[in-house]
Write a protein that binds this ligand. Structure first.
Ligand code: SAH
Ligand code: SF4
Length: 325
């Protein structure tokens, strides 16, 4: 599909009847997903280990200037314990995510990665923009995947949303990660204020150009504690179509049904899994801590235990006639 086709597809109507979402691109994406990556849904244990952030992304509740965010750091021992517990519950990949901060320096992160690698699992990082050398050190320590969303390829919008950050540097980081041999994860927000359909089509073309191995995208959800608190949330149906189009354009990659999708619509995760997604990233940190990783309002997180949450997700997947790993 070229830019024009993508724009047309993003504008195409989705019919919603009794919880069934009908649109030819959603159906095509589901077929392409089945043919290229099969029916297994991959589960990744997400550890949001620190919500300290030195950046000020306008949309995010973890931004530096949000003084109402209750900040926390897990200790190295806690992070490793959570990873060990997730492994015991059958998870094969651990994703370490945090605000962008220098509290967890290269040495500390490398130690954590090495300890988690002892459990014989894949380690994915999502720590924001770092230097080539830092990415290299993490790779040497055993990390093999990295998630860094481009957020939007509309340069003006990017600039507005990210004070004191540079689009060019973000792209450079993505290139560095690819050159270092990481499996590269990127993606975007859908429905940022004044974001256009055309720019979402460009985002999808960009993801193809950088040869993303994984694409995570979700609706923008306004956070009370940010300058965008009164803005309109991203559209769920547009998000679904974007997921489907990413699957159609990049048939063999991994696409998570994100937490933002689940937050927005009940059973959003299942709906996304039927529109091209093949990954779920359940949080594996206790609720009393993870509730403070408040990127946006009412972020879906389960007050029930980690095992119970995992059981529910596995049941959802089985109800779709799929298997999980
Ligand atoms: N600091 C790291 C990782 C944590 S943020 C980084 O920025 O890469 C992880 C993702 O949360 C971001 O990439 C962003 O797309 C998403 N996010 C932040 N605020 C959001 C909001 N208000 N609604 C939806 N997603 C949001
Ligand atoms: Fe920090 Fe990431 Fe939130 Fe930006 S999106 S403020 S870098 S946690």
């Amino acid at each position: 599909m070229d830019r024009k086709n993508l724009i047309e597809a993003l504008k195409s109507p989705v019919e919603v009847k009794n919880g069934i979402y009908s649109n030819k691109y959603l159906a095509l994406a589901d077929k392409i997903r089945h043919e290229n990556v099969g029916d297994i849904v991959h589960l990744r244990g997400l550890i949001e280990f620190s919500n300290f952030c030195e950046r000020n992304c306008l949309y995010c509740g973890l931004r530096l200037d949000n003084k109402n965010c209750k900040r926390y750091n897990l200790t190295e021992t806690e992070i490793i314990k959570y990873a060990e517990n997730a492994v015991k519950l059958g998870l094969k990949t651990i994703v370490l995510q945090s605000g962008e901060n220098s509290i967890f320096d290269t040495e500390k992160m490398s130690r954590i990665i090495k300890e988690i690698k002892k459990f014989d699992v894949t380690v994915t990082l999502s720590l924001g923009e770092k230097s080539f050398e830092e990415y290299q050190k993490y790779k040497e320590a055993g990390a093999s995947r990295y998630l860094l969303r481009i957020e939007t390829t509309d340069k003006n919008l990017y600039k507005k949303m990210h004070p004191n950050m540079s689009f060019e540097n973000r792209v450079q980081c993505l290139q560095n990660l690819k050159n270092l041999g990481y499996e590269l994860g990127s993606g975007m927000l859908i429905g940022l204020p004044s974001q256009t359909i055309e720019s979402i089509a460009d985002d999808i073309l960009f993801l193809k150009e950088i040869k993303a191995d994984m694409v995570g995208l979700g609706p923008f959800i306004p956070s009370q504690m940010t300058p965008l608190k009164n803005e309109v949330a991203g559209d769920f149906l547009l998000t679904l179509k974007a997921i489907a189009l990413v699957r159609i354009m990049l048939p063999e990659i991994n696409i998570p049904a994100t937490t933002a999708v689940e937050t927005m619509v009940k059973s959003g995760r299942k709906i996304a899994l039927k529109a091209g997604a093949n990954v779920v990233m359940p949080n594996v940190v206790d609720y009393n801590i993870s509730k403070n990783y408040a990127i946006y309002n009412n972020k879906f997180s389960n007050e029930m235990g980690i095992k119970e949450t995992l059981d529910l997700i596995r049941k959802d997947i089985e109800e779709l006639g799929r298997t999980w790993l």
